[in-house]
Design a protein around this ligand. Structure first.
Ligand code: G6P
Length: 478
């Protein structure tokens, strides 16, 4: 078996399998910046992507492939894929119990109730499974890697992996990239002492740690200083720990402008744009597109739109809000409740303002990427208001494919704010009144100003396209 020089490890991989009507296994290439960046980078060297089998069809595909390795999937530019199959309960505890219900909540500072989180014996069992799941990745990577190979580990699902790899194979050069924010020590400290140590030490097993924004990188450095008493240089962004010096870098992933423009030119996008136009007529459009995640702040976004309609009746009948939400993590109860709250509020807004010939708000909770792209091309205003977000690529992708140049209303708490704040209308995501006002300002912005701002947004949004974003990290490994 060939050993790879470049390896990627992430929970969700670049392909997913399903069974078609005839009972045959078919696969679909995943979307998103990571897949396009890595597929392009894969052309430079022999690359193996290790990911988890997420469905029964994935497990079948993994079982059929020699050593679980699905070789040379052609539409991935020669990338090889290995799917890890851990027992279902181990996976559920690691992915849903720890990664999504604990680490995600901490990094996004989303615990809001007085009785959550709880760290008890059940949590400890889940934590053991999280370790086992990280260890399964380590095995596959150790088997598949050539001497001195470079390994790029992705995200909070795999925080323990860098240290596990280093312990067994000091020749490997290891990077870890966090796609989420990082919580400051004042918040991170809520994790049990042993767990926060294990997370930080696990990540410090890498040679290079990447973050999307200086804010998150600096918060991580402060956590290392506080909880590990590590020697931290906040200016050069390094951590000295266990006799090694670990570099911390800021790599603000940009939009894949070329890929998006090609995708937008395909007929299914035009079809959906025509269907949307039919529904909304020539009204002005406020668009938002999110996963139904608690961090995305959809509820306050809808409240802002309601406040706009309440305080500025001149917009009645003249504007439509398209809110497209992709169902996400329906295994986590908080996500299900949140989605219900979004639906309830959307109905209230429809009941309060809708008339026989005007639907003020169209909410669709469904995964339809071409329709989202169609909405981006048509948007007058794009609303991106997360309470906290590692980057938020919608803020970069929307303007990139906007036909006439949209105005962007953007939360100060998104990583993308670092690059886009000069030309977006910035809002405090908790402030519904300020967001409603920003929507009005955006809707009334003179066309020339709007398109000039949008052109500058696009330039900044595509400054670090996925391919370069990835090669920068590999380069940081030497
Ligand atoms: C968001 C986050 C990423 C994370 C991903 C996982 O996009 O920004 O940090 O890796 O979710 O999503 P999943 O659907 O695989 O849980």
């Amino acid at each position: 078996m060939d050993k790879a020089q470049i390896l990627v490890a992430s929970n969700r991989g670049p392909v997913s399998y399903s069974v078609d009507d005839a009972g045959a296994l078919t696969h679909r290439r995943g979307g998103g910046g990571l897949v396009s960046g890595l597929s392009a980078a894969a052309e430079h060297g022999d690359t193996l992507w290790v990911c988890a089998a997420l469905s029964d069809a994935d497990r079948t595909a993994a079982a059929q492939a020699p050593e679980g390795r699905i070789d040379r999937t052609t539409d991935l530019g020669g990338l090889r894929v290995t799917m890890i199959d851990v027992p279902q309960d181990v996976f559920d505890n690691a992915y849903t119990g720890i990664a999504n219900s604990t680490l995600w909540f901490v990094q996004h500072m989303l615990y809001e109730t007085p009785s959550k989180p709880v760290f008890d014996a059940a949590f400890q069992r889940r934590w053991e499974d999280y370790r086992a799941y990280n260890a399964a990745f380590a095995e596959a990577l150790l088997t598949g890697s050539a001497d001195n190979a470079r390994v790029a580990v992705q995200d909070y699902h795999l925080a323990l992996l860098p240290r596990m790899l280093r312990g067994r194979r000091p020749d490997l050069r290891i990077a870890h990239f966090s796609h989420t924010p990082w919580a400051p020590p004042e918040y991170f400290r809520m994790l049990p002492t042993g767990v926060r140590r294990e997370v930080l030490e696990g990540m410090l097993g890498a040679d290079h740690l990447g973050f999307l924004s200086a804010r998150w990188a600096d918060a991580f450095l402060r956590c290392c200083a506080e909880f590990l008493r590590a020697e931290v240089d906040m200016v050069r962004r390094t951590v000295e720990y266990g006799g090694r010096i670990i570099g911390v870098g800021v790599h603000p992933l940009g939009a894949d402008a070329e890929g998006l423009r090609q995708r937008v030119a395909e007929p299914d996008v035009a079809e959906r744009a025509a269907a949307l136009r039919e529904r909304v007529g020539d009204r002005r459009l406020i668009v938002r597109v999110d996963r139904t995640e608690l961090s995305k702040n959809i509820v306050r976004g809808l409240e802002s739109y309601r406040e706009l309609l309440r305080t500025r009746p001149e917009w009645h009948g003249r504007v439509t809000h398209l809110a497209f939400a992709y169902p996400s993590r329906t295994d986590v109860p908080e996500y299900r409740e949140y989605t219900e709250e979004v639906r309830r509020l959307a109905k209230e807004i429809g009941d309060e303002f809708g008339t026989a010939d005007w639907t003020p708000l169209i909410l669709e909770v469904q995964d339809d990427f071409p329709r989202s792209l169609a909405a981006f091309t048509m948007a007058d205003v794009l609303l991106v208001n997360p309470v906290r977000d590692g980057m938020n690529l919608v803020a970069k992708e929307g303007p990139t494919v906007s036909r006439d140049g949209c105005a962007l209303v953007l939360s100060t708490e998104a990583g993308a704010a670092d690059e886009l704040s000069d030309d977006a209308l910035m809002v405090n995501p908790y402030d519904v009144t300020e967001t409603a006002e920003a929507l009005h300002t955006a809707l009334t912005m003179p066309e020339a100003e709007r398109s000039a701002r949008c052109a500058r947004l696009v330039e900044r949004a595509s400054a670090l396209p996925p391919e370069r974003w990835f090669t920068d990290q590999l380069r940081a490994l030497g």
